[in-house]
Design a protein. Structure first.
Lengths: 279, 247
């Protein structure tokens, strides 16, 4: 059975349609990335799955239960990291984790969770003295402390420096290795590419593309070849990169020229994303 | 219990709030007690100090259970803490109950502190009706906490919370006569005072502490306080939110 299954999900705020009928499923143990620009409906989707918001139409099943009818037993099994930080400023990270651990029947060890998110050095400082990125790491830790099966991460690395992002990514990979199911929203494409088994691109309340990052980028068949020749930049797009590259290099060798700054680039998820979300 | 302990830690860690809601009544008691504690209220031949002590307990319920609780809950709502707690297995009612009991404990500590200070500094006798007083404090804290939770629904932002709450509770504390007796106020103020819950709660504490009445002989005042409590509960049920307003 799927961990999450959504069909025909619709949500309106007044006359504004935030979600116009979306469908997707997440299998147990999968990392599913929900990608899209601001206002696409990512947070609305996640908050419906978390049980915060009521839907207008469609069916939603999260761990076998409709979130609108969920109870304590169901919340034991999910972990939530909201889009904005939600912490007690006057507790320390360790205390915050102890408080939240107390809400669960079988929590993880607090020291271990502190370690996992890389907050060991700050564990006993007041939360209000932490940086934005450190607060987000505590939000992440709070989502993990109940040892949930399914974790919702709403833009988990927004505001992180590159090092902290790598650490957070490793944390997500470790969770995946433990068999956790993860729903991740992000507008960082490399993040989705690095972490997600499958990605759905959301735009204006509709899923415009869904698949593994490789499948999505595979949709664009042209490879880009760039180099400098005679002081000018040359950019070519080709469907047959092997042959074209061979021709170019053979030509250059025959003439005794150098193909300066030669670069062969497969389309990244970013290219696909920009193409899909372009107005 | 776990949550109750957390709530107490949270309250005392927040120095501004602890000062504002807990120590302000104590400080006012010390200041006004020094100024006119030994003068006599002519009508009843009472010293002013015991009268002020009972009044400051009234002021304490307004600052701790009403104003302090309302501001704390608005800040937690707007910072997303309440929303986050809702995603845990902790039942919402358990959370609210812990918040309310913690508020009551804080208020009780404050009342005891006021009584001790009154005894030591101003030679005010220890209340002779402790059970009546305790029940009165429970009723008052419950009613004002309900009103505090109800008030959170009209406050839209964390920044606005102290402004709105002070706007309601400071005039109430003065008009209701927690510092001075409202009997000598001009008529229009007395009309307002006559409907305010704090007037009746302060009357209760004074009847029990100063005039040694039993609580059950003051059913009128108890009734008005409870009635306001019911209004507060109704407002809280209608308007209390766990999340910031959706934009």
């Amino acid at each position: 059975m799927s961990a999450v299954s959504v069909t025909g999900l619709r949500k309106s705020y007044g006359a504004y349609e935030a979600l116009r009928g979306i469908d997707f499923t997440i299998e147990p143990g999968e990392v599913f990335g929900l990608l899209g620009p601001n206002g696409a409906g990512k947070t609305t989707t996640v908050e419906i799955l978390e049980g915060y918001r009521a839907r207008n139409a469609g069916t939603v099943d999260v761990l076998g239960i409709d979130p609108q009818q969920s109870g304590s037993a169901w919340r034991e099994r999910i972990g939530v990291m909201l889009q904005s930080s939600s912490l007690y400023p006057n507790l320390t990270p360790r205390e915050s984790l102890q408080v939240f651990a107390g809400y669960y029947a079988k929590p993880r060890d607090v020291d271990e969770v502190v370690e996992i998110v890389g907050l060991a050095e700050k564990a006993d400082d007041r939360v209000r003295t932490l940086s934005g990125g450190q607060k987000r790491r505590l939000d992440l830790a709070l989502a993990l402390v109940g040892d949930p099966e399914l974790v919702f991460l709403d833009e988990p690395t927004t505001g992180f420096d590159p090092g902290a992002r790598r650490t957070a990514w490793d944390t997500v990979r470790n969770l995946r290795a433990l068999g956790k199911t993860i729903l991740l929203t992000t507008h960082y494409l490399d993040e989705a590419e690095q972490l997600a088994d499958r990605v759905a691109v959301l735009r204006d309340g509709v899923i415009v593309r869904e698949g593994s990052p490789a499948e999505l980028t595979g949709g664009i068949v042209e490879t880009e070849i760039r180099f400098r020749r005679g002081g000018e930049d040359v950019v070519e797009h080709t469907k047959d990169a092997t042959r074209r590259l061979h021709e170019l290099t053979a030509e250059a060798l025959a003439r005794g020229e150098e193909l300066e700054q030669l670069e062969v680039r497969r389309p990244t998820l970013e290219d696909v994303y920009l193409e899909l979300t372009a107005e | 219990m776990h949550e109750l302990r957390t709530e107490q830690v949270l309250f005392w860690r927040n120095r501004e709030a602890a000062f504002f809601t807990f120590f302000l009544p104590v400080i006012f008691f010390l200041v006004f007690g020094s100024i006119y504690g030994n003068s006599t209220i002519t009508k009843e031949h009472l010293r002013a100090a015991p009268f002020l002590e009972a009044g400051m307990i009234g002021y304490g319920v307004a600052s701790t259970a009403f104003a302090g609780l309302a501001i704390t809950m608005v800040i937690r709502r707007e910072s997303g803490v309440l929303k986050r707690v809702r995603a845990t297995p902790l039942p919402p009612w358990t959370y609210l109950l812990a918040v309310l009991v913690s508020t009551f404990i804080t208020f009780l500590v404050e009342a005891v502190l006021l009584i001790v200070l009154g005894r030591v500094l101003f030679s005010v006798a220890v209340p002779t009706r402790p059970l009546s007083l305790f029940v009165a404090l429970v009723i008052g804290a419950g009613a004002f906490a309900a009103m505090g939770l109800g008030l959170t629904s009209v406050v839209r932002s964390a920044e606005g919370s102290s402004a709105v709450v002070n706007f309601v509770y400071l005039p109430m504390a003065i008009i209701s006569g927690t510092f001075f007796t409202p009997k000598e106020y001009p008529a229009f103020l007395r009309v307002i005072a006559d409907v305010l819950p704090l007037t009746y709660f302060t009357k209760l504490t004074r009847d029990v502490m100063v005039r040694h009445h039993h609580l059950w002989s003051e059913s009128g005042s108890v009734g008005v306080v409870l009635l306001w409590g019911v209004v507060g509960i109704a407002a809280a049920i209608r308007g209390f939110r766990w999340q910031p307003r959706e934009s």
